[in-house]
Design a protein around this ligand. Structure first.
Ligand SMILES: [Zn+2]
Length: 286
């Protein structure tokens, strides 16, 4: 083996080739029950060696992954805010967030991809793309969704982007679906071959995916009474003004505008168990 493997942090391993090249970070299981990225990395490593540049593998929330749960005590992917990162005597998930915030900027990362999956089935995987990530986003063979700045507070990738490290999330599909691993693998092959880290066995080709802009995250007013009008799925078109859901605080209607779509409606089970604070996102085609 010509590539060098070294542990460069807690749950962080660097694979480097002799030939210099870009440093690409792959973040897996920031949510401990979302393992598609990790499985895709294993597939790639069993088939390829890093020929040029550096691949940095980052175990997002290893403790949550041991439990197979989204987090141990609280969602680590909401903790990358100055207030949380400055808290003294961090415990559990926050301790990991603070560690990553300290360690990741010192690894010389040029680009980062962060793999997630979704609770409910989604007809399309998609990217979560921030400003400054056009190149990475264009390498992801899935619909590309921009406009996320400030929509979900405290995510690792928004924080990385703010540190000047372009980082993109791929929501690869449903947690347990085999297709989520395939999507993560195709995305990795595309990124790693583009930056010259590997030479793909077959050329990577895909049609330019459609692009969208997320407009709003709609929050739940009252969990106990919240009910969707029907079973919505991601990428479903919404009629102007259509009633989407109701609870005792309000009727949730689509804005009076054409071309709006539903994104990531929460499941009723998650709402009933008060796991989701948000009900759904609204987006439109660019
Ligand atoms: Zn996730």
């Amino acid at each position: 083996m010509t590539m060098k493997q070294e542990v460069v942090g807690q749950g962080i391993v660097r694979l480097s080739a002799k030939k210099k090249g870009p440093v690409i970070g792959v973040v897996c299981n920031v949510h401990g029950n979302e393992l598609c990225g990790r499985k895709a990395v294993h597939r790639i490593l069993s088939n390829y060696e890093i020929e040029r540049g550096t691949l940095v593998l980052i175990d997002g929330n290893p403790n949550a992954a041991l439990l197979g749960k989204r987090y141990v005590n609280a969602d680590m992917n909401r903790m990358f805010t100055p207030k949380q990162l400055d808290k003294k005597n961090p415990k559990q998930d926050l301790k990991r967030a603070q560690y990553l915030a300290k360690r990741l900027p010192k690894l010389g990362l040029d680009q980062v991809i962060d793999f997630h999956s979704t609770t409910s089935e989604t007809p399309h995987p998609f990217t979560v793309s921030f400003p400054g990530t056009k190149e990475m986003t264009s390498l992801c063979p899935v619909p590309q969704i921009f406009g996320w700045s400030g929509i979900v507070k405290g995510t690792l990738i928004e924080w990385l982007c703010n540190q000047g490290i372009p980082a993109v999330v791929v929501e690869a599909g449903q947690h347990e679906a085999q297709s989520s691993i395939d999507v993560a693998e195709q995305t990795l092959l595309s990124i790693l071959s583009h930056f010259g880290l590997i030479t793909p066995k077959k050329p990577i080709k895909f049609k330019k995916p459609p692009q969208y802009k997320v407009l709003e995250r709609v929050m739940i007013g009252d969990h106990d009474t919240f009910k969707f009008k029907k079973d919505y799925s991601s990428f479903e078109a919404l009629k102007p003004g259509e009633t989407i859901a109701k609870d005792k605080t309000q009727i949730y209607k689509a804005p009076n505008k054409k071309g709006l779509m539903m994104l990531m409606p929460s499941t009723q089970a998650h709402i009933d168990r008060k796991i989701s604070r948000g009900a759904y996102y609204l987006m439109q085609k660019i």
